[in-house]
Design a protein around this ligand. Structure first.
Ligand SMILES: C[C@@H](O)[C@H](N)C(=O)O
Ligand SMILES: C[C@@H](O)[C@H](N)C(=O)O
Lengths: 155, 155
């Protein structure tokens, strides 16, 4: 059965923060997000892929207004993990295709990624759920991303 | 306002496949998912973090029954990208905390990760949306994960 894509949305007022090469052991994510929560940082995306050599990266997106503060917190957390690096990227936008039954369909994801690829839009991050496929793209690509995805799914 | 966590779910019948060190340029995700879609592979999680030195990793989770076929497709895709490696891990479970207003609350994520950390459960992958925080853990940790998260959020 075909999942129903209901809409395409974007948020260009986000910044991405990545803490790279953190130890992949229990307690690391808890420590980092505990500190972010303490300072009431609002986090949108959280993405962590599998580790390599016992190290992995954790990326978050936050409202641009909080980027400075979130970065500071990550720098301070870093001191307790040891060895990780922090990077911040303000030139991003989050674009989401939202619907129902979104998971289980490599076809929907293929259509999202192909639509973007045809416009030469690079996909910097991907995160999915049962109701959404979200990508991070450059801010300059965000309007075009919404346009081509709207055309692909809504008409 | 406090987001409402409605439930905790898990799926231990999943396998993780990662294609590592793919070029971070337009068309790569489209090519990979196009091939997966062609073979009607049902994909649950898709996780891609930011690239490093122009290369990044894309991980997916699929129903264990499709793992072999999905792996084969990734190996074939790899031939067109050049240079990437494929890894498969069947010893995983996806555990999700589902609710409303889940995003924007570093506090909810902190509670999820802390509950798992207190039980020494390692978080292998993280992917979030507005209605869910999903983690990948070892199969042996999946029952415990649900138990501690249920206790944390539902009582
Ligand atoms: C990297 C981080 O997620 C770690 N694996 C943890 O469990 O906290
Ligand atoms: C890595 C992959 O997502 C690539 N950036 C693409 O746009 O297809």
């Amino acid at each position: 059965e075909s999942p129903a894509v209901r809409g395409v949305s974007r948020d260009s007022k986000q910044s991405k923060l990545t803490i790279s090469a953190v130890p992949d052991r229990p307690g690391i994510a808890a420590a980092l997000f505990g500190r972010l929560a303490e300072k009431s940082i609002m986090v949108d995306m959280i993405v962590q892929n599998v580790s390599d050599n016992g190290l992995t990266d954790i990326s978050i997106t936050v409202n641009s207004d909080m980027a400075q503060q979130a970065e500071q917190i990550m720098v301070e957390s870093n001191e307790s993990f040891g060895g990780a690096t922090i990077s911040r990227d303000d030139d991003i936008a989050k674009v989401s295709v939202v619907g129902v039954g979104m998971k289980s369909q490599a076809g929907v994801a293929a259509r999202v990624f192909s639509a973007l690829a045809r416009s030469r839009i690079n996909i910097m991050m991907i995160s999915t759920s049962e109701i959404s496929i979200s990508v991070v793209v450059r801010q300059a690509d965000s309007e075009n991303s919404v346009r081509v995805l709207h055309k692909e799914f809504i008409g």
